[in-house]
Design a protein around this ligand. Structure first.
Ligand SMILES: CC(C)(COP(=O)(O)OP(=O)(O)OC[C@H]1O[C@@H](n2cnc3c(N)ncnc32)[C@H](O)[C@@H]1OP(=O)(O)O)[C@@H](O)C(=O)NCCC(=O)NCCS
Length: 217
């Protein structure tokens, strides 16, 4: 097998029986199709109510490709996917803007509809927060959810985040009202022992994130 020269291709996060990594084209397509029938105001690629399923699937794929093509240490979007026995389950995003200066990240996630409500969203969040706090040295993690999104709020509630106000956004002509939460590195550590997470394939890549290596390679 030919190794991809894209430096994030070897990144793996193991959490429970799940693995987070980049998807290949077939896996990305399978995920895109699984969420294509679903309008979701708070997920940018799915937030146009009048999109057809084909258009929505295409947006999901383009949205992922952009995260790779537009990557820079000043503004990056790490778009990992969770797998179980090689089957794609969901998308877990970690965003860093001026991370070298601010030490802040933002998370967002979407699971395929038939795998929700079984703890996978919680495991994905634990995995990506571990990467942010324990491997990249983040100081703060932000997240947001519509007030009616019980599953997203439910995941957030499990990690000790504190409320940090509201944001109103214009999403294709309708108002998206989002409750914002933030979690400090200290509060994360008070809680983090509950999940066993292992990160591999990150050696030599910290500068890509605007981060410093926290342990010797
Ligand atoms: C949000 C999402 C990623 C959460 O993942 P999940 O695997 O469904 O969530 P979990 O099973 O880990 O649930 C965590 C907690 O949330 C709550 N919860 C989950 N689903 C719920 C539901 N349908 N109704 C009420 N509470 C719910 C529960 O408190 C649960 O904890 P418990 O199982 O100990 O009771 C997933 O539901 C999803 O993809 N939703 C659609 C996309 C989306 O809205 N993304 C967020 C955009 S802001």
């Amino acid at each position: 097998m030919i190794r991809s020269p894209w430096p994030l291709s070897d990144l793996r996060i193991a959490v429970g029986r799940w693995e987070l990594r980049l998807p290949d084209e077939r896996e990305l397509g399978e995920f895109a199709r699984s969420v294509a029938g679903e309008y979701n105001a708070s997920v940018p690629a799915q937030s146009k109510a009048d999109d057809s399923p084909d258009e929505r699937a295409r947006r999901v794929m383009q949205d992922h490709w952009r995260t790779r093509s537009e990557w820079s240490p000043e503004f990056w979007k790490l778009d990992l996917f969770a797998f179980e026995d090689g089957r794609v389950l969901g998308q877990q995003r970690l965003i860093g803007e001026h991370f070298a200066v601010l030490g802040e990240v933002t998370t967002g996630s979407v699971l395929r509809p038939d795998r929700r409500g079984a703890g996978i969203g919680t495991a994905m969040r634990a995995a990506i927060l571990h990467l942010a706090f324990e491997e990249l040295g983040a100081l703060w993690a932000n997240t947001g959810a519509e007030p009616g999104n019980a599953a997203s709020l439910g995941v957030t509630a499990k990690f000790g985040y504190e409320p940090n106000g509201h944001r109103r956004m214009n999403m294709h002509g309708t108002v998206l009202d989002t409750a914002i939460f933030r979690l400090s590195a200290q509060r994360w550590r008070d809680w983090a022992a509950a999940f066993d997470v292992e990160v591999t394939g990150l050696d030599g890549l910290h500068a890509l994130f605007g981060a410093k290596a926290l342990r010797p390679a």
